[in-house]
Design a protein around this ligand. Structure first.
Ligand SMILES: NC(=O)C1=CN([C@@H]2O[C@H](COP(=O)(O)OP(=O)(O)OC[C@H]3O[C@@H](n4cnc5c(N)ncnc54)[C@H](O)[C@@H]3O)[C@@H](O)[C@H]2O)C=CC1
Ligand SMILES: O=C([O-])CC(=O)C(=O)O
Length: 313
């Protein structure tokens, strides 16, 4: 299996490192626009192989997409991260151009690849990649839900003093302030979380999760990368190993949840064809209202992208 990761910065290099360390693909190509940067990161990861003990090969290139040809999966992380005081949406004008030009090169050399978008604003950059690639929705989708639920699971594990492995959770909606955590679907070793934690503490954890990216931006001056890179690698693994994992993923909804043509997080089955199935939960009225708010917000940003594209045409 051949996997390309575009953007050799914090998230892209971490993703490539997890892919190599866990031998998820035997060939991993890292691409960046900055001269020599991807080459250096790939070489460093390859030099870690004898120490940790893996044989996945990492190769770095500067904008040489011919070297990415016939990739099975491509992860796009290229683009600016936000700084304190910014929202993810503030990145739209710069990152839309980057995601567009990168996607053009990716599909030119790997027309059959499955594309996973990571660049922000996530839902709208996934829309951009879909517009540029012309790929069906099962082959171009975004990473956010695994990260958002991982944060939520980590906070809960700390509060309950249990292993994060035993916390199962799903969330929906856009990757931003309007994300829709679903505590009703959270279990701890099969036990509904509401039996183990009080409402006030759970509400505080949900609120911290919603602001999970912002908390790290404030602490570090740039956004997170260890968990995001690992989350993207976990999606690649589900695809290349045809695991049929159930994850929340950003996908174009086509009638599910009564929503058509908007990119939002929803639970799916992820396997060798990319998105194998969108799972429809029976949301209650409160959850439906939160999802509607999220839909409205993401649609506004999608419309802003359409207007930007018209203005520059
Ligand atoms: N979906 C999610 O949950 C998350 C998304 N992100 C987003 O991922 C993106 C990357 O974040 P970081 O890795 O921290 O940023 P970074 O600045 O460390 O790395 C970005 C890399 O993209 C490269 N790049 C820029 N234009 C390019 C082009 N045209 N072709 C190839 N490479 C290009 C840059 O040279 C840089 O090395 C940001 O947009 C960030 O907001 C970050 C964390 C989580
Ligand atoms: O917060 C950011 O800008 C990066 C991101 O999407 C996250 O870490 O959730």
């Amino acid at each position: 299996m051949k996997v390309t990761v575009v953007g050799a910065g914090n998230v892209g290099a971490t993703c490539a490192d997890v892919l190599a360390t866990r031998e998820i693909a035997n060939e991993i190509v890292l691409v960046d626009i900055k001269e020599g940067f991807a080459e250096g990161k790939a070489l460093d990861i390859w030099q870690k192989a004898p120490i940790i003990g893996y044989d996945s090969r990492t190769v770095g290139v500067t904008s040489d997409y011919a070297r990415t040809a016939d990739s099975d999966v491509v992860v796009i992380t290229s683009g600016l991260p936000r700084k304190p005081g910014m929202t993810r949406d503030d990145l739209i004008s710069t990152n839309a151009g980057i995601v567009k030009s990168v996607t053009e090169q990716v599909v030119k050399y790997s027309p059959n690849a499955i594309i996973i978008i990571v660049s922000n604003p996530l839902d709208v950059m996934t829309y951009q990649a879909h517009l540029t690639s012309g790929l069906p929705r099962n082959k171009v989708f975004g990473m956010a839900g695994i990260l958002d639920t991982a944060r939520y699971r980590a906070f809960l594990a700390e509060a309950l003093n249990v292993s994060p492995k035993d916390i199962q959770a799903v969330l929906m909606g856009g990757h931003g302030d309007t994300m829709v955590p679903l505590p009703r679907y959270t279990t701890v070793g099969g036990i509904p979380v509401t039996e183990l934690i009080g409402k006030e503490e759970l509400d505080a954890i949900v609120a911290r999760t919603t602001n999970g990216g912002g908390e790290l931006v404030k602490l570090m001056g740039t956004s997170a990368w260890y968990a995001p890179g690992a989350a993207a690698a976990q999606m690649v693994e589900a695809i290349v190993r045809d695991q049929r994992r159930v994850f929340p993923v950003c996908i174009k909804l086509e009638g599910e949840y009564g929503i058509d043509g908007v990119y939002l997080g929803a639970p799916v089955i992820l396997g060798k064809n990319g998105i194998e199935k969108v799972i429809e939960l029976q949301l209650n009225d409160e959850e439906k209202a939160l999802l509607e708010t999220s839909r409205g917000h993401v649609k506004e940003v999608m419309d802003a992208l359409d207007n930007m594209s018209k203005a520059s045409a």
